[in-house]
Design a binder for this molecule. Structure first.
Ligand code: NAP
Length: 348
């Protein structure tokens, strides 16, 4: 059975997802696209796909079985609520939404629907290096995890469009989510340190260092550098009671020349996480075909939103800000997700 998908937002990542769903993955067809800029949507539409005038028209179309949201964060809430009201599975790029109140509205709508429909685009959970790292932590041979060092470096960000809040309310969500997932823990508090500012970004506050206080007492330190020139460099190392485990350096061709010996660094997230995005969508297509969702949930998007808000307050108040999550609704219980993952494995 082919899953008939409508995609909202044909910008940078929307077009990359259209490419992978059209040319890389199977079992899926993009039957409709939409964007504020209709000409951009028409240029990105695969052969045979309809260009819808609005997200509402796309979501309500009978042609569209499941939806992918790649618009910008502030538009996500309205589009997610429309998908849930229509009972359609939806993949939403991060961030889920941009405020705690919006996250709660989406969660309440999904809980009222009665089962999961939303998967959030935290693609690191689908990366084979992160999955191996998690398996090592989970098997317990190194003892309990105590510290996680997470490094998130971008070569550059769009000048004028990327503001000093964005390392905390746009970029940090990936590190927050992967920390909760890797350590199997919740984030209870957030501190932020602002070291000497890079001269490369003008007024942009860069880099930033974030300290996540996990509920178990473990600590996560995150370096976010968004203008570091040399490439997109994602690193992670977990210190446990009797050993450490880290992400490997990605294999890359070794170049020897007059400058010495060197290996290329990925240019951006598309290159570094290409395989992870493919796997993320393989799992989404399977679950959406069954009318449900697995993987990163509205609950995880809500947690990341709270951490981002707390980080912004931590800068303003120069304090450790507490993160107070609500009780987790039953539809987001990890066991439920595992059940669906198991049925997926036995079916594939
Ligand atoms: P982008 O290039 O600006 O693309 C967003 C597109 O959506 C633009 O064409 C935009 O039109 C359109 N749009 C905005 N609001 C809309 C609405 N209400 N209805 C229909 N179309 C709308 O941004 P991007 O880099 O692709 O990012 C899109 C989303 O993906 C963001 O949430 C971002 O955080 C996320 N993202 C995730 C990753 C990841 O690693 N998972 C990586 C990159 C981006 P206008 O330009 O005219 O506003």
């Amino acid at each position: 059975m082919t899953l008939r998908v409508g995609l909202i937002g044909t910008g940078t990542i929307g077009r990359d997802h259209i490419r992978r769903l059209t040319h890389v993955l199977s079992g899926v067809e993009i039957v409709g696209v939409t964007d504020i800029d209709q000409a951009r949507a028409a240029a990105a539409a695969p052969a045979g796909a309809e260009v819808f005038a609005t997200p509402t028209a796309l979501i309500s179309s009978e042609k569209v079985q499941a939806v992918i949201i790649c618009s910008w964060g502030p538009a996500h809430e309205e589009q997610l609520l429309a998908c849930i009201a229509a009972g359609k599975p939806v993949f939403c790029e991060k961030p889920l939404v941009t405020s705690e109140a919006a996250a709660l509205r989406v969660m309440e709508a999904e809980v009222s629907f009665g089962s999961r429909l939303v998967q959030v685009g935290f693609m690191r959970r689908f990366d084979s290096d992160y999955r191996r790292l998690k398996a090592i932590i989970d098997c317990g041979e190194l003892g309990a995890p105590l510290l996680f060092h997470s490094v998130h470096r971008n070569a550059s960000v769009p000048e004028g469009l990327y503001t000093s809040e964005m390392p905390l309310n746009d970029t940090l969500v990936h590190d927050a989510d992967i920390s909760r997932w890797l350590l199997g823990d919740e984030i209870g508090g957030v501190e932020v340190r602002l070291p000497k500012q890079s001269r490369r970004g003008g007024d942009l506050r860069d880099p930033v260092v974030v300290l996540l206080h996990m509920v178990s007492g473990a600590l996560v330190n995150v370096e976010i550098s968004v203008n570091i020139a040399y490439g997109y460099d994602i690193r992670g190392e977990v210190s446990c009671e009797s050993g450490t485990a880290s992400l490997p350096l990605r294999p890359a061709t070794i170049i020897r020349d007059i400058h010495g010996v060197r290996q290329a660094v990925p240019a951006d997230w598309r290159e570094r996480f290409s395989d992870a995005y493919d796997q993320e969508f393989r799992e989404w297509i399977f679950a959406a075909g069954q009318g449900t969702a697995t993987g990163p949930s509205t609950w995880d998007g809500y947690a990341a939103t709270l951490v981002a808000d707390a980080a912004l307050w931590a800068v303003k108040n120069r304090s450790l800000e507490r993160v107070n999550m609500r009780d987790r609704p039953a539809i987001y219980a990890p066991e439920r997700d595992q059940l669906t993952q198991t049925s997926m494995k036995s079916a594939s």
